[in-house]
Every structure is written in C-alpha cells, then in structure tokens.
Write a protein that binds this ligand. Sequence first.
Ligand code: EPZ
Length: 429
Amino acid sequence: MERIYINGGNRLHGKVEISGAKNAAVALIPAALLADDVVELENVPHIADISSMVSVLKDLGVSIHYLDEHTLRIDSRGLVNRPADSEGVRKMRASYYLLGVLLGRFGSADVVFPGGCNFGIRPIDLHLKGFESLGATVEAKDRIQVRAEHLHGANIFLDVVSVGATINIMLAAVLADGTTVISNAAKEPHVVDTANFLNSMGANISGAGTDRIVIRGVRRLHGTTYQIIPDQIEAGTYMVAAAITGGDITVRNIIPKHMDSISAKLLDMGAFIEEFDDAIRVCAPEPLKDTVIKTAPYPGFPTDMQPQFMTLMSVVRGTSIITENVWDNRFQYVTQLHKLGADISVDGRVAVVKGVDHLDGCEVEATDLRAGAAMVLAGLAARGTTVITNVKYISRGYEAMVQKLVQLGADIRLEGAAADPIIVEGRVG
Ligand code: EPZ
C-alpha cells in the first residue's frame, strides 16, 4: 500500500511551480467533446483524476493522447454516445459533466451516478433541474438518463451557488436554440475558465465571473488550442506549507487575484506576503496567530482550503474558529489531527481550534483529497515521523507533491506507489 513518510521540523524554502487547475481540467476535457473537431489543451495537470477522465473519454471512442507531459490532443470525431458506466466514471465527481456535454451535442446522455470525495450529501438536483429547464426529460434511478428532442434557451435560477451546476448547464446550453441565462451562478476561476474555453471554440457566453451568465446558443463549435489556468488550491496549499513550517516559499505560475482570500487570511495571521505578476511569496519568520474563517463560494474563502487552514490553526497561538458553510460534513479528517495532538472541538459546521505548542508525528489516514493534503502539512510541522496512508486521494489532485516538497527542503518520501507514467505519443501522423 502507498504511504508517505515525513520527518517534520524543516523550514521549507525556495520556489514551486504550480500545475494546471484540476477543477478546470476535469471540466474542459469533457467540454472538448462539444466540438466535432480537434482540441489541444495545454497545462493539463498530471494527476489521477485526469488519467481517469482520459480513460472515460477513450471508452466513448474519443481519440485522446498526450503531445507532451502537459498537453492533451482530443479528437472527438469518433465519439460514440454510449452509456458511461465505467470504473473511471464512478470514481469522479466531475463525471457529471458528461451529462451536459452529451446532452448538448447529441440530445441524450446515460451516465452512472458520479463518485468523488465523501463529505456528506452531494446532490446534483440543480444540474438535473437545469437540464429540464432546457427541455430535457430526466430519469435518475440507478443511473442518470437525460433526453431532449429539442434543447431551447431558458432562464435558470440556482437555489444554491453551485460550481458543477453552473458549468453543466453552460455545457448543455451552448448549442441549444436560443438564449439561456443562469442567475445566482458560481464565479469560481474554473467556471470562468470553462466559459473562456467554450468561447474559444465559437460559443457565445458572457458574464462568466459574475452571478449572471448569458449563453446565446450557436449552431456548432470548432476546435481550439487552449491553456488551462493554474490551480488556486494547489497554490494555496504550498502557501500554507510556508506558513506552517516558518519557511519562505514563492509559488510561481499562478494568478495572484485568485489567491486574494487565502493571502488575506495568511496576512491576518501575521505571515509576510509579497505579490508579483504571476507569483506570490509567503514567509513566516515570526510565530503566527489565530484567525476566523467562514468558507463561501468564490471570491469568498474556498472550502477546498478549509482542511489545510485547520491544520495551520492547530499550531498557532490563540483560538481560531472555522465555519464550513458549503459542505454539511467536511470535518471528518479532524479525528486524524486529534491523533497528532491537535486541540479541536467540532459542533456541526463550526470547529474551534485551540493552538498547541506542537504536533507529534504518528500514523494518520488521508480521508479525502484535501484532508490528505492537510495531513502532509501536519507532518511537515510535527515533531518526529508522520506516516500517511490512503495517499491515493492526494494523487487525485496534486501533481508530484512529494517531489515538489523535497525540492523545498522537506524530509518526505513516498513508498509503494504504483507508477502512473504519462505516455507521450507526440504529433502522430
Ligand atoms: C466543486 O464541487 C469542486 N469539485 C469541489 O472541489 C468544491 O469543493 C466545490 O465545487 C465547491 O467549490 C469539482 O469542481 C470537480 P458545488 P461541486 O456544486 O461542483 C450544493 C476538490 O477538493 N448543491 O459547488 O460538486 C452542494 O451540496 C473538490 O477539488 C446542491 O444542493 O460543488 C454544496 O452544498 C472537493 N445541488 C453546494 O451546492 C446541486 O445540484 C456547492 O456544491 C449541486 C450542488
């Protein structure tokens, strides 16, 4: 079984290159199927979720291969609209994007229920309601089947700000007949990236990044070459690595604007932040202090950074409070922090964190993707050795995390990992 071993206490320092955004890539790769053409995607992160998505598309007859380690060539002219029910589909939450894409392009889709990290109920009712507004009939018993004789524009109000529903409705609406307005839309960077990508293929989408997105249906989309944005959450994770180890790290190849809520919290805790055009430097020469965090949709503090900050808060002086407003059960990993000596009490969606002088390394488990990243951060700060099991979660969303941390001076190693090489086929033919 794969395990990560960390001997804590090193102050991390140096530069780290941030990879392409996971939550943009898992939307853009299926979105490419809307064009009956060839698409090249650059800055694709080398992570397990992308490998899963690539295998899912191959099962649908799509010709997809790597031109280099981070560039995918996707040719969907051989796409067959058959039921998507493979292991890869069941593993990922982002499999739900196949619904919007296949419905948008063919007028029907048949996909098993998506998987993904388990932190409470993760409904997709807003996705399905959106498809119905566009003229589809939906059946969701043991799998999800959507069908539409004719997709037409609609005015759709999202009861809850939902990244997935916003993107999925965009995917289904770009080729529909008429104009669709999504109100109370999500504004995350990966929502904007998806709209920009679709527009580069000939779509007509405006308002992405605001809470009102207007999609004017077009007759067809064409191929494109597009570079995926950098990963806000990976960048935030390394910024916290600098803070929790009292180190000095420059995260490079980022969009600083995307990091505003994270930078603001680190500044509030007493860290030093220096912004450049495409980089941010974080250092923490002095001990940090407590803060208060309430997670919220972008541009609020991202829920996907909640476990990483909980870990940081557990070793700074004072009492911090985290309120998790997006997911109903995203504190399951706190039991693992307790094993390391953290003093955290959870009551529903609120966690109270009393800073302790230090954590003591031991064996802990990654309970989901971002919780796994939090365990790594805890190990970097803890005294002694921390062993992390279930590390397959971490490889779902972080490219070469152990190698990047070694380059920053961490005493960390990965054992038992099955290689997942990128097979570069280059420009064949
Ligand atoms: C995306 O999940 C991300 N995943 C999640 O990141 C992230 O936590 C989440 O957005 C919030 O930012 C991907 O992009 C693949 P939502 P998603 O729809 O789309 C409720 C990570 O670590 N809701 O924005 O599933 C839902 O219950 C992962 O990278 C409905 O009620 O999240 C939640 O309370 C973990 N009905 C809220 O909306 C719906 O139909 C936000 O969910 C859909 C959502």
